[in-house]
Write a protein that binds this ligand. Sequence first.
Ligand code: ARG
Length: 457
Amino acid sequence: MRLWGARFSKDPDELAREFTQSLSFDQRLAEHDIAGSIAHVRMLGRCDVLTAEEVRELEAGLERVRVGLSSGDMTLDPASEDIHTEVERLLLECVGPLAGKLHTARSRNDQVALDLRLFLRDEIDALREYMVALQRTLLETAEQHLDTLMPGYTHLQRAQPILLAHYLMAYFFMLQRDRDRLAECRKRVNLCPLGAAALAGTTFRIDPAFVAEQLGFEGLCPNSMDAVSDRDFTLEFLADASVAAVHLSQLCAEIVLWSSSEFGFIRLDDAWCTGSSIMPQKRNPDAAELVRAKAGRVFGNLFRLLSTLKGLTLAYNRDLQEDKEALFDTVDTLGASLQVVTAMVATASFDTERMAQALAAGFPAATAVADYLVRAGISFREAHGIAGQIVNYCEKENTRFEQLSLEEWRSFSPEFGHDIVEHVSLAGCVAAKKSPGGTAPERVKEQIVQGRKLLAT
Ligand code: ARG
């Protein structure tokens, strides 16, 4: 069946048909297409375009198509152009020629925009739930590590001691923003384009607000040309998904690094490691590597659609059919990545001993030494220089801050007193970082409390 053809003298070329079809991928929109059609039919009844009897029959027919497709009792004809054609064909099988009335005051152009918006709205909700699950895992892991010290890095060089809980909560808040961004995006997705018809609206006295209400939309698209041609709501989603994919790739890059023998900070559960076909000793973090790589795929989908939309003239163009696979792929890729990272983190164990060793090997308290001198009245710049000389001395003498005598400290500055010992202890360094958002245990506990509240909303 085709939804057009009366003015054509022959069937489409087989290659043309295959090249232009979208059924192979847009069948994923079937549920939404039917939901949209049911709302449309009810609206046509209210507006006296269809009789109450016709509405009843069409609605029952659409319901049978929905059940038939989900149970597998009805099958799609792969020769059909798209899911809209297929739903109408199956409806024809159920209710006969009355099915021809379904498309009154509607076009596939507003129909496909509607389906996409319904689809994306659901998927955003599911993705936000996966984000919550990962946030919860990070927060619960952080709670178990409120006294685990580790080196914090800048330039991937040991910088200052931090709490492992502080590190984990950093990713928690990144995910919070990812979740918020999707909630923002959802507002612009959740507008109803139906009634735009092909591009200019329709001559029938329809009630789009009724359709919008039936389908849970927050409002109507204000311009019929815009409604059928823009996909900025999809672009926005693909961009937001790209930012989330960046965050996951960063977390996974650290998991890969930390699970190396060189770091040894984390041990992934066997269920999340893969062996080598040649090196029997290997435990590779393949899933983390793949999440890292899949970010590239998610960015690619954003660029696919940006490039498709660039320079398109108003209103609907068939180019828009290319929006779907990019969208589906990002939804699937991001959803899977979030679930994988959640399971991987939830089952991993942290080697706190290795973290402590890595911490002891550097001079992560050097900033604390400088801060100590500043409190005694020395300028930070000068204090920085003195602390640097002490690090140099320790390296030459192969010793550590904790082992220096008071005379040695004083040979660098008379301002050092006995209490310097507490200031250079690693736990002391961490405890002193009490500025808001800092790594002191009470500050990290505050972050966890704030995180709990965010999870509850
Ligand atoms: N398969 C088409 C798409 O995905 C549906 C809309 C078709 N509209 C048209 N005028 N040919 O965009």
